[in-house]
Design a protein around this ligand. Structure first.
Ligand code: F6R
Length: 613
């Protein structure tokens, strides 16, 4: 949460930072600000609202200068307003800071600083840091780097920070702990971003700061790196693989729409080099190396949040069915605080699109501290979680910019399917004929997703009918139960319609009381092992005058007779239905959101990368 961008070099810094903030807006969008140093003045512009408000506000102002830091905020401490927007400045207005994270001991530090005469202008935790830094400079007559290093030793919490000084436009200081920060190294300049998206169009050479590292980016002496304990480090320069086109809407109206339609490609990319159809073989090198440990484990524990947690439940059905390994799925936020019983014999699968989710990261650290082996399933390459795990597999979905997760979910389910097939084959729990059949079916999934996407205009018609609903129910059984959960989450988060997902049979234990002629009930009713039972559940809804929108297997006749609308998906193996059944629900939420005039890509109160707990 919160996005940070910075630039130092020969070019005009303000437009570069502004553009970068627009790229990072998915991380938070309740206020934005930029501080720019033109060698004489440190001008700070900040505004409540989206980055475009800041852009309009700064239009007629002096934004000249080659050094700038910027921030787009998702409020934690202090409401979203101009005062609480970053950057924050010291009393003497000489130093400015942007920060992503939470300073947990800010109250104590603030009290001490107030007693020493510092005057606070905002309600944020961040402001203590810049007062502390200027306090240290004044007392010790040290430079900005040293003062920042010392200040960070007094801080408890998470931070990615960038600090500049009015007196030295030739240098920027950056540091990180638990929140991400990437440094781009240009020819004669430097870029900083919370992720690589603001950097990629200028340079491919990047350094990912590690926890506890502090960097000096100087136009005179280049990049130097230390730990906050003052040990010198050598920067490890990596090459970015990201392509700039992946960050544009490419003709679609919204990123979410683009990302839904990208799924045939993203699923194919996820399987490339892994699903070896001709060889009848699955290759997941990193994970396979830990296979003995996994087979010896009492159980697998999957930890994740939100949509990734839903993918985890699909994974539970897949892993238990195909490889007969017991699985538990936990919300990372619960796992980390409930003193879980876990030891070195346990194997944990952590799932995260962003690879930055604070709860998932903390749950990983906890499991690691008990000696467990951690497998990561992440989308963002080189993200904190990807680096914190013992091994893993990327989803290769490409940047997901819409806040609501779509292609990352199908990527996660694809990886979990591959893992289940791999383990099932290697531990002899899946018979060879079924393995081969599933390989063929898996290989055909991208094409079948393409076919589902052709129903877009029909799904739009259904969205038109139900767009004004106040509530909605999503039902599924077996492996499609988590698909129902995911369908409900998508609808509520981007259209603000209250929606709940349930295992279809649970309906009669409570939710059935909600059903009346106003209530749309979305049911995954494909022809699998629980088909007849789901058909009975549909009858129960219809008997109470509910409206049923059913996702059915192509050619289905029975459900068509009783449902109000049916959306067909191609036939596939029961275990692979989630990869297809999810798509119409994504499209439906998308269209409802657009029709209700909601901000599809940046729904209220949400942020893509939840780096606070
Ligand atoms: C919903 C959504 C969130 C995320 C959750 C975890 O559409 O995107 O529920 O799934 O915040 O995020 P990651 O996967 O980045 O750990």
């Amino acid at each position: 949460m919160c996005g940070i961008v910075a630039y130092i070099g020969e070019k005009e810094a303000f437009p570069i930072v502004l553009k970068g903030l627009k790229r990072l807006e998915y991380r938070g969008y309740d206020s934005a600000g930029i501080a720019v140093n033109n060698g004489e003045e440190l001008n700070v512009y900040k505004k409540q609202g989206k980055v475009v408000e800041l852009e309009n506000f700064a239009k007629d102002k002096d934004t000249s200068g080659g050094t700038a830091i910027g921030h787009t905020r998702w409020a934690t401490h202090g409401k979203p307003n101009d005062e609480n927007a970053h950057p924050h400045t010291s009393d003497n207005e000489k130093y400015a800071i942007v920060h992503n994270g939470i300073i947990e001991n800010y109250a104590v530090l603030k009290e001490e600083l107030i007693q020493r005469g510092h005057v606070f202008k905002s309600e944020t935790d961040t402001e203590v840091l810049i007062h502390l830094i200027s306090d240290i400079i004044e007392k010790q007559q040290c430079d900005l780097f040293e003062a920042t290093r010392q200040a960070l030793n007094e801080v408890i919490g998470a931070y990615a920070i960038v600090v500049i000084s009015k007196d030295n436009p030739n240098e920027i200081i950056a540091a990180k702990k638990s929140s991400p920060l990437v440094i781009g190294i240009g020819k004669d300049d430097f870029y900083i971003g919370s992720d690589a998206t603001p950097i990629v169009e200028y340079t491919k050479n990047v350094v990912y700061l590690e926890d506890g590292e502090i960097a000096r980016l100087s136009l005179d002496s280049g990049l130097t790196l230390k730990t906050i304990q003052n040990e010198t480090k050598t920067p490890y320069i990596q090459e970015l693989e990201m392509k700039i086109e992946a960050l544009e809407k490419g003709g679609y109206n919204h990123f979410m729409q683009k990302e839904i339609f990208e799924q045939p490609r993203s699923i194919r990319d996820c399987m490339r080099g892994r699903l070896m159809l001709n060889e009848n073989y699955i290759s997941l090198g990193g994970i396979e190396a830990y296979q003995d440990k996994i087979f010896a484990a009492k159980r697998l524990i999957i930890i994740a949040c939100g949509t990734s947690w839903h993918a985890g439940i699909v994974g539970e059905y897949l892993l238990e069915e195909l490889s007969r390994i017991p699985v538990e799925v936990e919300y990372a936020s619960e796992f980390r605080y409930r003193n879980p019983i876990i030891d070195e014999d346990d194997v944990v699968i952590a799932i995260s699109q962003s690879g930055e989710t604070a709860d998932t990261l903390a749950a990983i650290e906890l499991a690691k501290s008990k000696g467990a082996t951690i497998i990561g399933i992440c989308n963002v390459v080189n993200s904190t979680i990807a680096r914190a795990t013992d091994c893993g597999a990327y989803t290769h979905a490409g940047p997901e910019i819409g806040v609501a997760s779509t292609k990352a979910f199908t990527g996660q389910v694809t990886v979990l399917t591959l893992i289940s097939l791999l383990f099932g084959k290697n531990n002899g729990e899946i018979d060879p004929a079924r393995f081969s059949r599933l390989m063929i079916e898996m290989n055909a999934i991208p094409e079948k997703v393409e076919e589902v996407l052709k129903s877009d205009s029909y799904i739009k018609e259904i969205a038109e009918i139900y767009k004004d609903s106040h509530n909605a129910l999503f039902l599924g059984r077996g492996i499609n139960f988590p698909v129902a959960l995911e369908g409900a989450l998508k609808l509520k988060e981007i259209s603000y319609i209250h929606a709940e997902g349930y295992p279809a049979a649970e309906m009669k234990h409570g939710p059935i009381a909600l059903i009346d002629e106003e209530m749309p009930v979305f049911v995954i009713a494909t022809q699998d092992a629980s088909y007849e039972k789901v058909v009975s559940n549909i009858q129960e809804v219809k008997a109470r005058k509910g409206k049923v929108i059913a996702i059915v297997t192509k050619g289905d006749k029975d459900v068509r007779k009783i449902a109000d609308h049916v959306i067909e998906i191609p036939r596939t193996d029961d275990m692979l239905v989630p990869l297809l059944a999810t798509i119409p629900l994504q499209l439906l939420s998308y269209h409802v959101s657009v029709m209700r005039g909601c901000n599809v890509d940046q729904p209220r109160n949400l942020a893509k990368s939840v780096t606070v707990e």
